[in-house]
Write a protein that binds this ligand. Structure first.
Ligand SMILES: *Cc1c(COP(=O)(O)O)cnc(C)c1O
Length: 225
C-alpha cells in the first residue's frame, strides 16, 4: 500500500507539468482516484496521502466501501463514473457527490425526481459516446447539445460538464477535442477526460477532471464485468 502514496505524488507531479505545459494553473485539474475493485485499505492509503476525490463505477461496490470511510474522512468526494440503472438511482443520489454517467432521458428524469425527493443534488456530467461505439454508454455527439439542454434547462439537473471514454484502440486526442467543442457550445466548463494512459493529453486539451486508476492503485484485483 505504501506504493499508493508514491504513485499519487508522481501522478500529481505529472499533472502539474502537463498543466503548466498547456499554460494552465495546476489546480485547475482535479485528480479522481478510481478505486473500483480495490480494497478499502488501498483507498485509506490514498486518503492518508491527502487524496480526497474518488471514482467508482458500480453503486453496489461503492456502497460497500465508502460509507465507513466517510465517517473518518467526511470531506471525501465520490464520483460515479460507470453506467447507472434507473432502479439504482435512489442509492446513487444518496451516496455520490457527482454522477458522471448521465446518458439518457429516462435516467435524467429519474435523477431529477429522486433529487427532489431526497433534497440532495449531486452534480451531473453528461457522458458522450465520442467514438459512437455501439457497446458503450453515452449520448451521441450529434445529440449531446440537445440532451444537455433537456437535462439542465427542462429538468433543472445541476449539469456541470461532460465526460467521455474514448475507444481503446484509437488515439484519444480527437475525442478529447470533440468533447471540448461540445462543452463550449453548451456553455459547460467542466471536462472529465483522461485515464492512466492519456491524462496528460487530456490536460493539454482542457480536462478539468482526470480519472486515474491503475497508475495509482496498480492492476485491478478483478476485472469488472
Ligand atoms: C476504470 C476507469 C477509469 C480508470 O482507468 P485506468 O486506466 O485504470 O486509469 C477511468 N474512467 C472510467 C470510466 C473507468 O471505468
Amino acid at each position: 500500500m505504501s506504493d499508493v502514496a508514491a504513485n499519487l505524488a508522481h501522478i500529481r507531479d505529472r499533472m502539474a507539468k502537463a498543466a503548466r505545459g498547456a499554460e494552465r494553473a495546476p489546480d485547475s485539474v482535479t485528480l479522481i482516484a478510481v478505486s473500483k475493485t480495490q480494497p478499502a485499505e488501498a483507498v485509506e492509503a490514498a486518503l492518508v496521502a491527502g487524496q480526497r476525490v474518488f471514482g467508482e463505477n458500480r453503486v453496489q461496490e461503492a456502497k460497500s466501501k465508502y460509507p465507513a470511510l466517510r465517517e473518518t474522512w467526511p470531506d471525501l468526494e465520490l464520483h460515479l463514473i460507470g453506467p447507472l440503472q434507473t432502479n439504482k438511482v435512489g442509492e446513487a443520489v444518496a451516496l455520490f457527490d457527482v454522477v458522471q454517467s448521465v446518458d439518457r432521458e429516462k435516467l435524467a428524469r429519474a435523477l431529477a425526481k429522486e433529487m427532489d425527493k431526497q433534497g440532495r443534488r449531486p452534480a451531473c456530467f453528461i457522458q458522450v459516446n465520442t467514438g459512437e461505439e455501439p457497446q458503450k454508454a453515452g449520448v451521441l455527439p450529434a445529440e449531446a447539445e440537445a440532451f444537455v439542454a433537456l437535462c439542465r434547462d427542462s429538468l433543472a439537473l445541476p449539469v456541470q460538464g461532460l465526460m467521455c471514454i474514448p475507444p481503446f484502440e484509437e488515439p484519444p486526442a480527437p475525442h478529447f477535442a470533440l468533447l471540448r467543442g461540445i462543452a463550449e457550445r453548451s456553455g459547460l466548463s467542466q471536462l472529465s477526460m483522461g485515464m492512466s494512459g492519456d491524462f496528460e493529453t487530456a490536460i493539454a486539451l482542457g480536462a478539468t477532471h482526470v480519472r486515474v486508476g491503475t497508475a495509482i492503485f496498480g492492476a485491478r484485483l478483478t476485472q469488472p464485468a
